[in-house]
Ligand binder design. Structure first.
Ligand SMILES: [Zn+2]
Length: 96
């Protein structure tokens, strides 16, 4: 299995004001993110989910093309999402 395929197969993007950003997941608001597909580090950010500027120690703007054909760029930053928060929101919605 090609490593490139493995790295991007499960990545998601989300659009903010017409621009696509990578979604970078973390387990809880206080945990580090999953390994960042741009730089392979696990970033520590403030507890609020949402768009953050990149903490990647990159000297050039790396781009990734996701499985659905959308290209995202490292220097644009990413959208942080916490699995626990997203699950809580889903449960709240289900209860109506
Ligand atoms: Zn990074």
């Amino acid at each position: 299995m090609s490593q490139m395929l493995f790295e991007t197969a499960f990545l998601e993007s989300e659009s903010l004001q017409g621009h696509a950003f990578l979604v970078l997941w973390r387990n809880t608001p206080k945990s580090r993110t999953d390994a960042c597909p741009y730089c392979r580090k696990r970033h520590l950010h403030t507890p609020e989910d949402g768009h953050r500027s990149s903490h990647c120690p990159l000297s050039e703007n790396k781009k990734l093309t996701l499985p659905h054909g959308i290209t995202v760029h490292a220097f644009d930053g990413y959208i942080i999402k916490s699995r626990t928060l997203v699950q809580t929101e889903a449960r709240t919605r289900d209860r109506g």
